[in-house]
Design a protein. Sequence first.
Length: 208
Amino acid sequence: VGGLWYPKGGMWRVARVLEDLAKEHGVTCRFGTPVRSILHDGKRAKGVETGAGERLDAELVVANADLMHVYRDLLPGLAMPFGMKRLKTCCSSQTYYWGFRKPVRSISHGHSVFLGADWKGGMDALSGNKPMPAQPHFYLNAPSRHDPSAGARGSDALMAVVPCSPLTRRAAKRESGRDPAPDDAARQRVRHAVLGRLSALEGRDLEK
């Protein structure tokens, strides 16, 4: 209804402005500090324990992570709300951020959707842990088309988002009985497929 809004400087600018506002109000920002668990007494959150084992007490905890992950992995000993276990998760994604020394002139719009030849296969790959087709569907964002500061002059930047199955490592472990290693080969196939399609459109090998 209101169109598409884009912050000058990109989404990173939003994060920086929020950080500046927080610091003005006396907030201490700690980055690169993973949280192992949310401390609670069963009814109320009391703080967090970091990956290093440090305890940080708090009157209020705001968790902006995926809700299923918060209940399943960050709240030990606390049962999920009734019905949550039956919920189906939406698709996940593989996201790539690429910088190019030369402009990708074949991409003229800031937002593009590329559909693979196998429409149904691409949709089926979003659930049930089915394999990705050789030509996956993906979304492409070219931020410099509406924000010149997104890339140095004469260069370019693209972000590709490829929807994929929501199967988690924990679910895969339950099904196979072992903790699976990340399937780098499968991820590389998706990456090559996206770059290959963009290269064909551009008329040059973008992967180089």
